[in-house]
Design a protein around this ligand. Structure first.
Ligand SMILES: Cc1cc2nc3c(=O)[nH]c(=O)nc-3n(C[C@H](O)[C@H](O)[C@H](O)COP(=O)(O)O)c2cc1C
Length: 292
């Protein structure tokens, strides 16, 4: 099998090919090591890292539906310090570029994460997870989500703050709800992001026949069910920005990948397919080559 020789996604970030591992879907480098040659990924995006460690939501955290996977992880992660000292060195063994996903609630915390992670050896880029945090953790009563205008203002400020301390490759992962995807793409690029990431899971839940919810907190729906919507988001983002777009959402076959490239994606990120079909990567790589 031949593989791509790589391409520059944005200044300073050369991927091995256009097929990346989506945030959270290959764990911290060990979840897939017995099933997939992770060095074949164009790059790997880590699960989202926060300043303080997070245990994550109570079990169960996942549930299958006929059209996709529900997950409610609550962003479990070791926190900034332990990520840098213990997890990041392990990720370097994968031998694919490493992009670290981060989330924070204040500009100061965004800056701390970006500056410490961005200056660490072995980090090739940063992805800001810009979905409202209430949708990603349990225990937070959701009274209201930010309005579209609030999201635009807050995330613009956060990206500008990050840009003040980090000049490296910066991806901005826009939410699936809260803001029109074309507008979100324009805002993050205008604020200084190099790349727009599209295809966050959609808010979802599962309810038992007795009325109790299966998950505490909000779950995310990933997989084939969201593909038409995430394709729409990709197309909308492409209408608004010239910058590179990394798209995810229900990519399980080479045809799915081709559709995303047709909709305007520059690279794609594969999520649950890694868990369902850990041998999927080689078939997608041929599409990646054709699209160069
Ligand atoms: C188990 C699981 C964990 C995830 N963790 C994160 C995360 O930490 N940060 C993030 O931005 N997205 C996370 N995602 C969302 C994926 O990165 C991706 O955007 C989404 O699943 C859609 O792609 P897919 O349909 O190919 O899975 C996670 C998805 C799954 C299934």
């Amino acid at each position: 099998m031949s593989v791509d020789t790589g391409f520059e996604l944005c200044p300073g970030l050369v991927l091995k090919n256009r097929i990346m591992a989506a945030s959270g879907c290959t764990g911290w480098g060990d979840a897939l090591q017995d099933f997939t040659d992770q060095a074949l990924f164009g790059a790997i995006i880590t699960p989202t890292v926060t300043i303080l460690p997070r245990e994550g939501n109570p079990m169960p955290r996942t549930g299958e539906t006929p059209a996709g996977l529900l997950y409610s992880t609550g962003l479990p992660n070791p926190g900034l310090n332990m990520f840098l000292s213990e997890y990041l060195p392990h990720l370097a063994h994968i031998q694919s570029p490493v992009i670290v996903s981060i989330i924070a609630e204040t500009p100061d915390d965004w800056m701390k994460l970006a500056s410490d992670i961005g200056s660490a050896p072995g980090v090739d880029g940063i992805e800001m997870n810009l979905t409202p945090i209430q949708l990603q953790i349990c225990g937070e009563e959701i009274r209201r989500l930010p309005s579209e205008a609030e999201w635009c203002t807050t995330m613009h400020e956060s990206i500008v703050a990050v840009r003040g301390v980090y000049a490296g490759p910066l991806l901005a992962k826009i939410p699936s709800v809260t803001v029109e995807p074309g507008l979100a793409a324009s805002v993050v690029v205008e604020a200084g992001a190099d790349v727009v990431s599209v295809g966050q899971a959609l808010p979802a839940t599962a309810v038992r026949a007795n009325g109790t919810r299966r998950f505490s907190g909000v779950a995310g729906l990933s997989g084939p069910a969201i593909k038409p919507y995430t394709l729409y988001c990709t197309w909308r983002a492409r209408m608004h920005v010239q910058e590179p777009i990394v798209a995810s959402g229900g990519i399980l076959t080479s045809q799915d990948a081709e559709e995303y490239f047709g909709a305007g994606a520059t690279a794609i990120a594969v999520g649950v397919a890694n868990l369902v079909h850990p041998d999927i990567l080689p078939s997608l790589l041929s599409v990646s080559q054709k699209s160069i």
